[in-house]
Design a protein around this ligand. Structure first.
Ligand code: ADE
Length: 420
């Protein structure tokens, strides 16, 4: 057992271990990597600090990194996403120092980030770029030991590219989100299923026949729109990008400005990565009983301070629902404090998609160690061969075979002489 930790209750460890084993059955690619890591020890002695959602899938990633020889510390990447039983299991059975408690205050959240940085990491692994922000803002003394970082999510990659543009990023970062085997699956099918799961677990309200508004049409939001349609909702998409708005329209969704959509919505879920996607003007026109939630990384997509200032009362009809009563008596139901609802009230993306995301994370950390001092500072994608290797392993695990190009076809694809 690790003596270093700040978790809710170590007595939950056995439950966490069982759930981690259950998740592992759906993570065959990560399992293969773990078995190879155990033989080859590519991360031997490497100090690695991870700031990720502390879930059963993350538990399996931690075990993979430890099998590879890494000296790992884990903290949560969101105050409301931690699975306390899993945090306890990693401490008790896998000897991993974990700093994460579901429902922790912002103050404790940042204390936990500090604890992860105090590990003096050579590699950091982020979901949202909070460790890298901490390094650059508070702990520049640690930069000398950093080989590089990995980043899981769209929001984190956007922040890191902004740091690079400002000339601040002095080491390489592998943007795991840029891998096809990450964003095409985790963002779309993972967010799609887990967000609907989160909304249902929080409310137990029927989706069929309801008007369901989705803010954004990136990979995450299109996953949500598709799955809400599958549940029988009438789905409306809001966008600011003309190409994405057009795609949404041709995928068969109604597209309109948020303020028009808000007036007819039964549900509104945001996943844009931007702030104040639902704001005062929208609250002003919402129907009584409207349910609003966010599945983007930060709790800024809904202007909660505006909602607070417009309300006379706040009630809690169920766990994960804050019901705001407006001056005219209308009630607006905010789920999960505006934090990512798929992890706040549900369990995050299913293991089968996290298998590929975390295979990318494991291979990215190995890539940083193998290529130490050879990768330029800045944000990079994982090499395409590794991305394709993950897809091949996943297909194999799913028992799916496919065609291969003949020599004649390969030649055709690299030449220009042949026409009709
Ligand atoms: N992000 C979204 N779902 C997740 C999960 N199940 N585990 C870790 N990070 C996640």
């Amino acid at each position: 057992m690790s003596t270093q930790h700040d978790v809710k209750d170590l007595n939950l460890a056995e439950l966490g271990r069982k759930r981690m084993e259950w998740a592992e059955q759906e993570m065959p690619v990560l399992r293969l990597i773990r078995e190879r890591f155990a033989r080859e020890k590519p991360l031997e002695g490497i100090r690695l600090s991870a700031c990720l959602h502390v879930t059963t899938e993350t538990g399996n990633l931690m075990r993979t990194l430890v099998a590879g020889g890494a000296d790992v510390v884990l903290c949560g990447s969101n105050p409301l996403s931690t699975q306390d039983d899993l945090a306890a299991a990693l401490v008790v059975y896998d000897n991993v120092p974990v700093y994460a408690i579901k429902g922790e205050s912002n103050e404790v959240y940042y204390q936990h980030i500090k604890a992860a940085l105090d590990h003096n990491p050579q590699i950091t692994m982020d979901d949202g770029a909070d460790l890298v922000s901490g390094l650059l803002n508070q702990r520049t003394d640690l930069l000398k030991d950093i080989y590089g970082s990995t980043e899981e999510t769209t929001t984190g990659v956007i922040r890191l590219r902004a740091m690079a543009n400002d000339g601040l990023l002095t080491f390489p970062v592998i943007a795991v989100n840029d891998s096809d085997t990450k964003h095409l699956f985790d963002n779309r099918y993972g967010t799609g299923q887990s967000t609907i799961d989160g909304v249902i677990r929080a409310t137990n309200v029927l989706l069929a026949g309801k008007t369901f508004v989705v803010g954004g049409y990136g990979y995450c939001s299109r996953g949500i729109a598709e799955r809400a349609r599958g549940m029988g909702s009438n789905v409306i998409v809001t966008e600011v990008d003309p190409v994405r708005a057009l795609e949404a329209a041709m995928d068969g969704f109604r597209v309109m400005p948020m303020v028009q959509a808000a007036a007819i919505a039964d549900f509104i879920v945001t996943a844009t990565g931007d702030k104040h996607v639902i704001k005062r003007d929208d609250f002003e026109v919402m129907k009584d009983g409207c349910i609003i939630a966010n599945s983007g990384h930060f709790n800024v997509e809904i202007d909660i301070p505006a909602l607070e200032s417009m309300s006379t009362e706040k009630r809690q009809p169920r766990t994960f629902i804050d019901q705001y009563v407006l001056k005219d008596g209308r009630k607006i139901n905010l789920l999960g404090e505006g934090r990512l609802i798929n992890l706040a009230s549900a369990e995050g993306h299913p293991s089968a998609v996290m298998d590929m995301s975390f295979a990318n994370q494991a291979l990215a950390s190995e890539f940083l160690v193998k290529n130490k001092d050879q990768i330029a500072a800045g944000v990079h994608a994982l090499p395409k061969e590794l991305d394709r290797e993950i897809a091949s392993l996943k297909l194999q695990a799913m028992g799916i075979t496919m065609d291969t190009l003949s020599a004649e076809q390969e030649h055709y694809l690299t030449s220009w002489q042949e026409g009709t």
